[in-house]
Design a protein around this ligand. Structure first.
Ligand code: MG
Length: 391
């Protein structure tokens, strides 16, 4: 039995992870953590009977405790707060920690799991982007391993099995293009949250879905690839691949290119990460390539300028990725609550990054400060009305 802890158990990845575990034998869920959605966590806990649960929100954890005893589930230990989530991340009994907490908020628990030397199935994005050096250094020191769940990085990880990293000459990240691939800039200026949340290919949480529409998601993935695979920004490129069959590619020094293909279904990379280094049972139907046409095009920098922000922040180095990633969290929040238009997301981020001077990303405290600064800067730009001049 492989003992699994899931952080972010009630989000999109967390739920699909529980589906995969239910369909496959050989796993036992020993810990579940979520932010405040205690009712969903209650259902998962009743079904999987973990030994430990944690809720970030203390009030929600109180209600969960009461509900668990009413539902006849005594003996489950309940923690709360960020400390509680970190306790689960570092559980001695755990063989694998699924980290599916989006946003900068996930950083502390990611570091806690790595500090404890765990194998981490990593599905968050911002935590790694914000603290790439700190995360890699911690992993190297403790022997912890990150198996990426994000479909692109999981594909690259699989393509690199048995290969020498010295032999990589480039990484090609594929992008599905998102819901607005065919819209003009003028049309994009009028789209609302409902349209941005309708992703044609992947089912995901709201923040990442908006990021896919602006291409900021791909910007984050560029930085993620840089840290995960130690590849310089000049050797990372992006191709739009509407069919979402090829999940990314690795170019080797002899000119060979490896690609990973499947139907787009997050349960597959989740299953890979849970079973690593073995392979699990089929979780989705096998890809049939007969009659399929696969197309690849260059993303349009005019309509999707957010992609370049990833390269810019990555090359600036230090705390710049942390700053811009936190700034985007705030900008997306403002878009989803109707405060700024869709196209202003880029304008705000561009302005924020242009005036930013990164410092060395030396500790969690420094990163927390710079992430906070990124969010404040966005609010300042929006309050001054500077966000609306870009159509
Ligand atoms: Mg992805």
């Amino acid at each position: 039995m492989r003992k699994v802890v899931i952080l972010g158990a009630t989000g999109s990845i967390g739920r699909q992870c529980l589906e995969v575990i239910q369909d496959q034998s050989g796993f036992s869920v020993i810990g579940l953590a979520a932010d405040s959605s205690w009712e969903e966590l209650l259902d998962a806990a009743v079904r999987h009977r973990p030994s430990f649960v944690a809720m970030v929100n203390a009030q929600a954890s109180g209600r969960l405790a009461q509900a668990l005893s009413e539902r006849g589930c005594p003996g489950i230990q309940i923690f709360h707060g960020q400390e509680g989530v970190c306790k689960l991340a570092a559980l001695e009994e755990a063989d694998i920690v699924v980290h599916a907490i989006p946003g900068f908020e996930g950083l502390r628990s990611l570091l806690a799991a790595l500090e404890a030397g765990k194998t981490v199935a990593f599905a968050g994005k911002e935590a790694l982007v914000s603290a790439g050096d700190l995360v890699t250094r911690t992993g190297e020191r403790t022997g912890a391993k990150i198996v990426p769940v994000d479909s692109e990085h999981n594909a690259i990880f699989q393509c690199l099995a048995g290969e020498d990293r010295e032999d990589i000459s480039g990484i090609i990240l594929t992008a599905s293009g998102g819901p607005f691939w065919e819209l003009s800039i003028e049309e994009m200026a009028t789209v609302g949250p409902a349209e941005a949340l309708r992703h044609p290919t992947w089912r995901m949480g709201p923040k990442i879905t908006v990021d896919s529409a602006t291409f900021f998601n791909k910007a984050l993935e560029v930085i993620e690839a840089h840290y995960l695979f130690g590849v310089g920004y000049d050797r990372i490129s992006v191709l739009v691949h509407r069919e979402a069959i090829v999940h990314s590619m690795v170019v080797f020094k002899d000119g060979s290119i490896k690609a990973l293909m499947s139907y787009p279904d997050m349960r597959l990379p989740i299953s890979y990460a849970l079973n690593y280094p073995e392979r699990g049972q089929a979780v989705t139907s096998q890809l049939d390539l007969k009659g399929k046409t696969l197309t690849f095009t260059q993303p349009d920098p005019e309509r999707f300028p957010c992609l370049d922000l990833g390269f810019r922040a990555g090359r600036m180095g230090g705390t710049a990725p942390c700053f811009i990633s936190a700034a985007d969290e705030e900008a997306v929040k403002l878009f989803l609550s109707g405060v700024i238009p869709f196209t202003a997301i880029y304008r705000v981020l561009d302005l924020a990054l242009s005036g930013y001077e990164p410092v060395e990303a030396s500790s969690l405290e420094v990163l927390e400060k710079e992430a906070h600064r990124g969010k404040l800067r966005v609010r300042e730009i929006v309050d001054k009305g500077l966000a609306f001049s870009w159509v």
